[in-house]
Design a binder for this molecule. Structure first.
Ligand SMILES: Nc1nc2c(ncn2[C@@H]2O[C@H](COP(=O)(O)OP(=O)(O)OP(=O)(O)O)[C@@H](O)[C@H]2O)c(=O)[nH]1
Ligand SMILES: [Mg+2]
Length: 198
């Protein structure tokens, strides 16, 4: 699919303010600084649609976007950056959990993991919650430009093992080189059915 239009809708700090939208929804979650906001910019082809940053904790709310007038994207706040105090580190967890619990039109969750790291309890806990809600999960290995091409397969295997998913279900991505863009857009199209494509 082609993204012809991407508009920021709203920033939400409390579950009570989640918007009621009729569109198929896709969300992006993962640890702080993993590259969620950059990935949304990359997918939409709009460099400055979402604010990104070198310091973790840039996204402090759930940010909703409307794609092609008929698809919702949600950028979730990051979680668990080790260098931040625990109160900050875990502060967004209730909002993230409410998001997973409440969004009935959520078709697919993109779970982002840095290609250079092995995911841990946070990612596993989130995948458990998503599985309970019957929300499919696509694992995205981010920042692939930072790793030599030859090292990617072994890293993807380690990520897949840690999350108990098939190795083939890990997408390689780079917001710097657009790696993975086409595959992820195809997946979104597939999970949309016929809605929101034109
Ligand atoms: N080399 C490289 N850097 C990236 C990539 N994606 C993101 N970054 C950088 O990583 C940093 C964090 O990116 P963000 O997109 O803000 O990460 P985030 O997951 O939204 O972070 P929070 O909102 O803090 O949770 C920024 O400095 C980005 O430029 C990538 O694919 N390759
Ligand atoms: Mg962000």
């Amino acid at each position: 699919m082609k993204i012809k239009d991407a508009q920021f809708l709203k920033s939400v700090f409390a579950a009570s303010a989640f918007p009621n939208l009729p569109y198929p929804e896709f969300a992006f979650m993962g640890r702080s600084n993993v590259g969620k906001s950059s990935l949304i910019n990359m997918l939409t082809g709009k460099k400055d649609l979402v604010k990104t940053g070198s310091r973790p904790g840039v996204t402090k709310s759930v940010n909703f976007f409307i794609i092609n007038g008929g698809i919702t994207f949600a950028d979730l706040p990051g979680f668990g950056y080790a260098k931040l105090p625990e109160s900050v580190r875990e502060g967004f967890l209730p909002l993230i959990k409410s998001y997973i619990r409440d969004r009935d039109r959520l078709r697919l969750m993109f779970m982002l993991v840095d290609i250079r790291r092995v995911p841990g309890d946070f990612e596993r806990e989130m995948i458990t919650l998503l599985t309970e809600r019957r929300v499919p999960v696509a694992v995205v290995a981010t920042k692939c430009d930072k790793l030599a091409r030859g090292g990617r397969a072994a890293s993807a295997r380690a990520i897949a093992n840690a999350l108990s998913v098939g190795e083939d279900s890990v997408f390689f991505s780079s917001s710097k080189t657009n790696l993975g863009r086409r595959e992820m857009l195809s997946l979104i199209e597939e999970f949309c059915g016929n809605r929101g494509l034109d």
